[in-house]
Design a protein around this ligand. Structure first.
Ligand code: ATP
Ligand code: MG
Length: 342
């Protein structure tokens, strides 16, 4: 293994709902419509290897195949090493990458903020993870994660509409009926739902507001538009699974930091598509102050929609020995096992 200086590096960031790929220093291309690309379930973590290969083929078509490849990996503790080895093996086999490395998506998010300390709160599509980092390293005993994120909110939208007698299952040529319903629920969530400026319990009930869907069904929006994102703050129970809420998970993570690691808890770096609800950042700031008994924590958000890709661009240019590349010949000699040492 040797230490990387600056080169044009290809970057792949795989999530539950999409993959982001491209080259360090450039805006990533988003490959959408691959639900379940990365799968989280209880303690298991897996990915759809044919979908990942399709992503690699896209990269290879852009001359990414002969470049060093930097992969983001989830901060999650579940079977991380196994996933890393499989992904790296696939990269060497499917691409002609001369060198491959992986970095945690939480580290990439802190780099995107220009930091090496902080608590990364990533609310994506399949997973909410809280990862405190000190000097670029995730504090493993402080890591908190739950499989409740944007996808769960889409299910809540479907349920809310069902209770109004509305079903979202318009046929589509490209998606199965169930997926079409989820996709429409996701669109409704992203365009209609928002966090109220204060806890819902303290606010008056809003006036009813009716909205007509493209298929002419009418929905009553105020019944769910503020309630659904509120679940991210207060927690909820969905399909028998209890989600504790982001403020509780984040404050637990921060309070578990060992003595001397408190700088990891002074800034919360918010990333992931499901953290983009209007007012969410401010509500999290207030809720954390309550949970942490007035302890000062600043919540910041990485403006760039794809923090991991931005962080990978930073990582690829750092002179600091952060990225440790595994060469093709090392891989051929030791197999994917060499990635367990990264
Ligand atoms: N403006 C928005 N408001 C609310 N939710 C949004 C917004 N934009 C995107 N989302 C949601 O963010 C989720 C996708 O986020 P992201 O791309 O971070 O997930 P991912 O990396 O694919 O998943 P994961 O990190 O769980 O593996 C989807 O559920 C999407 O509906
Ligand atoms: Mg993600």
């Amino acid at each position: 293994m040797h230490v990387e200086q600056w080169r044009r590096v290809a970057v792949v960031d795989i999530g539950y709902s999409s993959a982001r790929l491209g080259f360090a220093g450039e805006d990533p291309q988003v490959v959408d419509g691959l639900p379940g690309l990365l799968r989280y379930g209880g303690k298991a973590l897996d990915f759809d290897s044919s979908a990942v290969q399709a992503v690699f083929r896209k990269l290879s078509a852009q001359d990414g195949c002969r470049r060093p490849l930097l992969l983001s990996e989830p901060a999650t503790s579940a079977e991380k090493t196994r996933l890393r080895c499989l992904l790296a093996e696939l990269s060497f086999e499917a691409l002609e990458a001369p060198e491959v490395s992986t970095l945690s998506s939480a580290l990439l998010a802190t780099l995107a903020r220009g930091k090496s300390n902080g608590t990364v709160v990533d609310i994506g599509a399949g997973l909410t993870s809280i990862a405190p980092l000190l000097n670029g390293c995730v504090e493993p005993e402080c890591l908190r994660e739950q499989t409740f994120a944007g996808n769960a909110l889409d299910i809540m939208v479907l349920d809310a509409l069902k209770s109004q007698g509305v079903t979202l299952s318009m046929p589509s040529r490209n998606l199965g009926q169930a997926n079409t319903g989820m996709r429409l629920a996701q669109d409704i969530k992203e365009s209609i739902c928002f966090c109220a400026y204060a806890p819902l319990a303290s606010l008056e009930k809003p006036k009813e507001y009716r909205h007509r869907l493209p298929d002419n069904q009418e929905i009553e929006v105020t019944a769910f538009s503020r309630q659904i994102p509120e679940a991210l703050l207060t927690g909820t129970v969905l399909r028998g699974e209890c989600f504790f809420g982001v403020p509780q998970l984040a404050s637990e993570a921060i309070l578990t930091l060992p003595v001397g690691a408190s700088s990891a808890g002074s800034e919360v770096i918010l990333v992931g598509g499901s953290s983009r609800f209007v007012n969410f950042k401010d509500r999290l700031q207030v809720a954390l102050a309550d949970y942490l008994d007035g302890r000062q924590v600043k919540v910041t958000q990485v403006d760039n929609r794809y923090a991991s890709c931005l962080g990978a661009s930073v990582a690829a240019q750092l002179k600091h020995p952060l990225v440790r590349w595994v060469t093709r010949s090392e891989y051929q000699e030791h197999g994917s096992h060499v990635f367990t040492r990264l």
